[in-house]
Design a protein around this ligand. Structure first.
Ligand code: SF4
Ligand code: SF4
Length: 238
């Protein structure tokens, strides 16, 4: 029929006229961002164990670290951590690969700058990290029980960070030493039940990944044997 299209078009216009507005008056009105929205990448200096996983996992060379040898512990210490955000594609690989949970995205999406160099975020080593610890301060939590100053204290902090990473996200942290899904699940259960074992694995993962793998496999095999035995006992008792 002639004019059918016009009527249809007018009907759609009329329908939309009475609908609630969905346009947001940015910047006066702030957008309602979803929880997992990836804005600006943030780094927590104190938690970093200088493993370099983030740098290796970034496909765009966004991340870089400046390190130096610690005179006390003879280990690497982080001096600066740079995020060159202009090349970041917000893929989240660095966040997923960090065993100590140092990286995360916040909701700040207004990242444009007039100069390229201003887009870089540079974190400098906080002075508090080199302060000599107070020998009288009581230890707190696993991995911080040794009250020794200097190298021992730093080592304990790293172990504590790794320990927290294992308990918070065992699948991710343990995938560095175990590759079978079944082993990961069993190991996560073992470590959740036994904090001492979790601390031991955290320490080994930092010092000797190969040994950590062997110990983890031994834990899993022992657990499997115990489960099999208890299953047989139950069947025998029927
Ligand atoms: S989100 Fe992706 S591109 Fe951006 S820093 Fe992390 S790994 Fe690199
Ligand atoms: S992966 Fe995490 S802990 Fe390792 S160097 Fe990067 S930020 Fe630090």
């Amino acid at each position: 029929m002639y004019g059918q299209g016009i009527v249809k078009g007018l009907w759609i216009t009329l329908k939309h006229l009475f609908q609630k507005d969905i346009t947001q008056q940015y910047p006066e009105e702030r957008p309602n961002l979803q929880k997992r929205f990836r804005g600006c990448l943030q780094f927590e200096f104190e938690k970093c164990i200088v493993c370099g996983m983030c740098v290796r996992s970034c496909p765009n060379d966004v991340l870089s670290m400046e390190t130096a040898k610690d005179e006390n512990s003879k280990k690497k210490k982080l001096l600066t951590y740079t995020i060159n955000l202009q090349y970041c594609m917000f893929c989240n690989l660095c966040v997923e690969n960090c065993p100590a949970d140092c990286l995360h995205f916040n909701h700040n999406f207004e990242l444009s700058q007039y100069k390229r160099d201003d887009i870089k975020i540079i974190y400098h080593r906080p002075e508090s990290m080199d302060a000599v610890p107070d020998a009288g301060t009581p230890a707190e939590g696993p991995g911080e029980k040794a009250n020794a100053p200097g190298e021992d204290d730093k080592k304990q902090k790293k172990i504590a960070a790794m320990y927290n990473a294992i308990l918070k996200n065992p699948g991710k942290a343990l995938s560095k030493i175990l590759d079978q899904e079944e082993q990961l699940v069993i190991m996560a259960e073992i470590l959740q039940k036994d904090p001492k074992k979790a601390e031991k694995i955290a320490e080994l993962m930092l010092e000797d990944a190969d040994k950590a793998r062997k110990v983890a496999v031994a834990f899993v095999n022992k657990e499997l044997k115990e489960r099999e035995k208890s299953h047989k006992d139950q069947e025998g008792g029927k």
